[in-house]
Write a protein that binds this ligand. Sequence first.
Ligand code: ADP
Length: 647
Amino acid sequence: MTDTIERFDFQAESRQLLDLMIHSVYSHKEIFLRELISNASDALDRRRFEAVSNPDALPDGTELEIWMEPDTDGRTLTIRDTGIGMSREEVIDLIGTIAKSGTREFTQKLKESKESDAVDLIGQFGVGFYSGFMVADKMTLVTRRTGEETGTKWESEGDGSYTLEEVTPEAVGTAITLHLKPADAEDGMDDFAEEWKLREIVKKYSDFVAYPIKMNVSREEIERDDEGKPVEGAEAKTVIEAQTLNSMKAIWLRGKDDVTDEEYAEFYKHIAHDWTPPLATIRANIEGTLEYKLLLFIPEKAPFDLYMREGRRGVQLYVKRVFIMDDCDALVPEYLRWVRGVVDSEDLSLNISREILQQDRQIQRMQKGLVGKVLDHLKQLRDDDAEKYTKFWGEFGRVLKEGTYTDHEVQDRILDLCRFDSTMDDGEQTSLQSYIDRMKDGQETIYYMTGETREAVEQSPHLEAFKEKGFEILILTDPVDEIWTQSVHEYEGKKLQSIGRGAVDLDDDGDKEEKEKAAQEKAETHASLIEMLKNALKDEVKDVRLSSRLTSSPACLVTDEGDLSPQLEQIMRASNQPVPESKRILELNPKHPLLEKMQGMYDADKDDAQLNDYAELLYGQAALAEGQAPSNPGRLAKLLAELMVRA
Ligand code: ADP
């Protein structure tokens, strides 16, 4: 045993974060307790789980519990658990570093946020332990890990550094002592050493915690006789006894209607490490060959790590009410990675490990059941509560859409839930069904256009003829839209077609035959000019042809049937995937005067060097018109300037 105390500095970012947190949250300071209890409960879960494979981790007679130890005179509050504890390395790693992922992002958001949001942010980014500094000017943590003989004492005044010291705690587990700031009601600083206050906070935030949260409480006891009457003249005695402050009831075992919304909300906050109540709660008891219970939540806001590869994912798995693991990702497909909650199975083995989960047939069937329940619920939400549904879609729609190509079994069900921008949406997104309801007589195709932004799509020349003829176009601007549209080709018997891809035939009025004949003639008139352009642009495009989708622009670029769109190419490049070489097609507007002008130049002198410049300009501005950077912007600018001088 050594008695050396080592001092460590927090990283600059952590320091800044700590400072902001201590000074920007004034209300609800009591939530620090929920966070510390939640950490203790996680540590107890982990110890119990470790004991499944290593019984030594939990010797007989060890109680798994949490103690509140207030000291009113010394003005401290200790939260002690008999959980798994931490090794010295873990203390440095887990406690010495605040909110490892996304600290910068968090600090930024905290700076910009209103105070009420600051509380949400603290929870989302997992700086729970440090919320203790909202009420304490010093925190001491003493911990000993299962399997280790000595322990570690960590101490900090939240000022930029902490100390570590080797100690020898009697038992495995963690004790966190808060040296409380003076109580000051005006500053939201309640007296957190008061018995009744602690009782109130535990009941409010942590009632469902599955381990007893105990506290020694004192009670005045008057001596009574055999009949239960107070003995006259006897003095009251102070009796101290341990009391369990929480009911510990697994909330998903209680009758659906016996649980209040507040209780669901608190439970959700506990398991999701969120501070905002959930948007929706889903409960189901599945019976039959497989029996399991679901208590699932849709968060109100997308977590910050929703799009991170290492983002948190999955639900808690219980087997016959015994906690097995957190973040069980085998139970939820990627596209539902935002779902939080609990799955309690009657059939799985308690020894089930993460490795075999992925292949387990029962787990796969449970996953299907879970997906079904979530999609059912979303459908109901869509039909019954449009406002909530819109909120949901705004936060998670992009992720849900991934399911259309990763899980073919539910493709149609997800398409039913999708919402899209459209050229006729009046500020509200549309469903595919409403699009179909608005289709023109005889229209058999659902038209869409993908692009980076709504503005880019709306300005793109491809839309011109469609708009003029009154067709509605869905505007798809999420990167994931580029992907799902590759594998979804039909909805409710209607073809889905990109208006930036392949050939289109919009001539639905007038004499078709006559029009075709006219188009044919037009093509023949310009055949040699087009051939010349094709040659001039052979490195850029795979074909040049006359278009039926343009009304006012002279040209546009389209993607050939079966080729990758430029946006998809970008996505693939960004994720370091090999991108096959593909060129696009330049379509010219047969009604545009520019074509006639070029034809005139060509007829006068088919070797006119200016025609090559025109070809380049046409190509460059077609790229610009759809929001793409032209392949050689400098050259395009120069050609334009020359043209302006000549004009
Ligand atoms: P979060 O709980 O959101 O991960 P915290 O800052 O509250 O963030 O805690 C960081 C980590 O420290 C926890 O994930 C856990 O691994 C560890 N930890 C905190 N409290 C305890 C405890 N009482 N017992 C064991 N480990 C703990």
